[in-house]
Design a protein around this ligand. Sequence first.
Ligand SMILES: Cc1cc2nc3c(=O)[nH]c(=O)nc-3n(C[C@H](O)[C@H](O)[C@H](O)COP(=O)(O)OP(=O)(O)OC[C@H]3O[C@@H](n4cnc5c(N)ncnc54)[C@H](O)[C@@H]3O)c2cc1C
Length: 464
Amino acid sequence: MNESTRNADVLIIGGGLSGTMLAVQLLRLPGTRRILVIEPRAELGRGEAYSAVELGHTLNGNAARMSVDPDNADDLTQWLTDYIAGGGWPESDQQHVPISELFPPRGIFGLYAQQRLAQAKALSTSIVEHIRAEGVDLQVDAASTLLTLDNGEQVRGNFAVLATGMFPAARTPLTESSGLNAAALDPWDVQAMAQLDSQSTVLIIGSGLTMVDAVVSLEQAGHRGPIEIFSRHGLLPHVRRQPPSWDDFLAADHGLRSPRQLLREVRRQCRFAIDQGIDWQAPLDTVRVHIARLWSQASEREKRQFVRHVRPWWESHHHRSPPLSAQLVARLQGEGRLRIRAASFKGLVPSDEGVAIAVRHRGEPGLTRVSGAALINSSGIEYDWRRVARPLPQQLLKRGLIQPGPLALGIAADAAGAVLDAQGQASQRLFAMGPPLRGMWWESTAVTDVALQAKALATKLTQI
Ligand SMILES: Cc1cc2nc3c(=O)[nH]c(=O)nc-3n(C[C@H](O)[C@H](O)[C@H](O)COP(=O)(O)OP(=O)(O)OC[C@H]3O[C@@H](n4cnc5c(N)ncnc54)[C@H](O)[C@@H]3O)c2cc1C
């Protein structure tokens, strides 16, 4: 070991929301420990989602649903109340709803996460240090972990936690690239979109929440031309409303297991709600707390069935659009400017001007060429670490320190987040949280998921 190697009790690799919330929870526990957060971005707490700078790129849930404190559901509402009272986010008063029902811009949410970290630091005897670098390799032995950084430095920790987050398809270099990202505009880059001819046609691949953000970005950039969206099923995210509470029907019936049984019962409950004039989102929202249990007890075959048959429906009904963004999409659709087609992207095709793509419309055998001035890749998140061309995932696979999770979604771990190596052995030193555990829990990415995992993992790390 190099003499200048820094040592810590816990190395947190990735300082987005997950890594930052883990640091907060460690700071809150009794005892004194040194925590190093390795994060190439200038600021902790923001990561991919909360580095957003546009006010229109908002959370997809209202403040009452987005607390980072598992012990206080009103934490964000309380913080936001003070923030707005202090002159922050003056535009919020145009929405005429209580603060708990506001959908904050994600950049402001990042500030909230940072302030919660600052508060926890001020009250703790433990120390959190941000090392601004990317972890590129990791070695693990029985007693410790050794992380190599992209500047050549090495840092050692009793434990290391992979809080490396999401790899959005639009921004992730892949081992086998179709060249799509090189030809496409970043969905969140308003400046680049402002360079387009405002009347030109823009093509978007994918119709989930990244697409919704991309449409907000185009609007902000002054784009007023046609937007053609292609996605396999042609489904748009539903808008998030504030449904009333509903009986937790899954808590009462643990016999419901297979995706088919579950879907049938959820549909029955939704119809029942609609018949009574109640929003179908009410019964659907009760399912959320059971997802991890249902997913982890499902067989491999049932998981595959769910992904093949239920996933598109789940994504569009569960991962809902913030109301203002949904209103924009609906308005553009109504004006005939935005069209959504059920069609699969089949590749880029040569074009003298702008971009051209080949798509296969659902139910049609042949390919269709579509052209436009620009293309945006909104095809979601790359969860398969074998395809992510970043040094750390590749090195961890090469060293046999990790193995792909169920259905190659993220990486495998035990129920406490201890990472499974290539032989299936749970590590005593290496842990993971948040999006890398997608395959273990299905929903492992949202604010509330990572907040809960951070608390449980912090406790675990201080008890080993
Ligand atoms: C655009 C977008 C919008 C979203 N909106 C919502 C929302 O409205 N509501 C909601 O509940 N959830 C939302 N999510 C889900 C979101 O992922 C989680 O809320 C949460 O931000 C996950 O945090 P994270 O820290 O795990 O991941 P990330 O935000 O992806 O952060 C991971 C961090 O790890 C760093 N990192 C990666 N590899 C390394 C390495 N090798 N070394 C050092 N650092 C590394 C990255 O630089 C990054 O900063 C959104 C996600 C995205 C991408």
